[in-house]
Design a protein around this ligand. Structure first.
Ligand code: SF4
Length: 349
């Protein structure tokens, strides 16, 4: 059976190829060559032609197809539509961080599933339903392909594209490991963020495994009944259990918990929402990321400037924790948070 390169860490690759005489340092060379150049390495001292022949027979290098790339004229966000091991497309977004002339770079927002089962009402991916999990290589190759297409390095990865990363846990963690390996994309583990809508057992597992990746939890509403209307997973993963898991995470890591809050005018930006959030998180150090809802259907709108400023004042009064407003770019090309729906059109081979 052939295994796919880019689909496991160098250590796991070495274990698979050990009987062919592949050492860990050779496995790293194979991994680096497959990821950075998309090819097998050439014979070299320490890597004989015989070993290479065995490697080529037992492995294959998979590639995503780039179907479409769209760049925002407004803010230079770029959306990439890929196709992998199936007929449906999925999207990744290149986020430009070009304000520092001496250190221009990108962060890539990757998809972990095609579609999503969780059905958050404000999310275009959720409206598609679940189609399939992406393999680790399909996640890694989103970053590889975007790096190859970009004039500046990719320094960070966020798992906040299509899908719920914690429902594809094995592939997501494997991809994060490969992306952070020196022989992979060498992206600092601290610059890799795993997002989740709040899959409690997976958060507990993430804590127990002691990963250095950042965790970001989309809370969006602190009132369980109203949260359930926005995020149906509240029914299966209720807020009290979620908060208990986050307290355990903080106790184990000492890290502040980052919560994302998709702001919807008239729904979750009232004084009462700030007060409920403060009550819910009392004693837990959090950081709140405010993100405008992006809903092309027009059903949900982000708060107007006055409503936003009142909400921020209320958060200052009640919560007293760091609050940041996150710019959600690429709205004109439907690349902003909650807008990815690349597999809306099923693509035939
Ligand atoms: Fe799924 Fe995330 Fe969209 Fe919710 S917001 S439906 S978890 S992709």
């Amino acid at each position: 059976m052939r295994i796919l390169l880019k689909n496991q860490t160098a250590e796991d690759l070495q274990a698979f190829l050990a009987r062919d005489g592949v050492t860990l340092s050779v496995a790293r060379r194979i991994q680096a060559s497959a990821i950075r150049r998309g090819e097998f390495p050439a014979p070299a001292p320490g890597l004989s032609a015989k070993v290479l022949t065995a490697v080529c027979t037992r492995t294959a290098i998979p590639h995503l197809d780039l179907v479409e790339k769209t760049v925002s004229a407004r803010d230079q966000f770029a959306k990439y539509l890929f196709r992998g091991d199936g007929p449906d497309g999925f999207e990744a977004v290149r986020i430009p961080l070009l304000h520092r002339a001496d250190d221009p770079k990108y962060v890539v927002c990757v998809s972990s599933q095609v579609g999503c089962a969780l059905g958050c009402v404000f999310c275009a991916t959720g409206r598609l339903g679940f189609i399939r999990n992406l393999a680790a290589w399909e996640i890694v190759d989103q970053v590889v392909k975007i790096r190859a297409d970009s004039p500046h390095p990719v320094r960070g990865v966020v798992f906040m594209g299509m899908g719920e990363p914690m429902l594809n846990y094995e592939s997501v963690i494997t991809a994060a490991r490969i992306l952070s390996e020196p022989c992979g994309m060498a992206i600092s583990a601290k610059a890799i963020t795993i997002g989740t809508a709040g899959i409690v057992p997976a958060i507990r597992r993430f804590t127990a495994e002691g990963h250095a990746y950042r965790l970001l939890v989309s809370l969006t509403c602190a009132d369980p009944a109203r949260r359930r209307e926005l995020m149906p997973l509240e029914g299966s993963h209720p807020t009290p259990g979620l908060l208990a898991a986050l307290r355990e995470y903080h106790d184990a890591t000492g890290r502040r918990v980052t919560l994302a809050w998709t702001m919807i005018a008239g729904v979750n930006t009232r004084e009462e929402d700030a007060r409920q959030l403060a009550e819910l998180t009392r004693g837990l150090p959090v950081k709140l990321d405010l993100i405008d809802v992006n809903d092309p259907s027009g059903r949900f709108r982000p708060p107007a400037p006055g409503e936003l400023s009142d909400f921020r004042d209320a958060l200052r009064r009640h919560l007293g924790m760091p609050v940041a407003r996150r710019y959600s770019g690429g709205q004109d090309i439907r690349a902003a948070c909650g807008m990815l729906a690349g597999c809306g059109r099923r693509m035939l081979p």
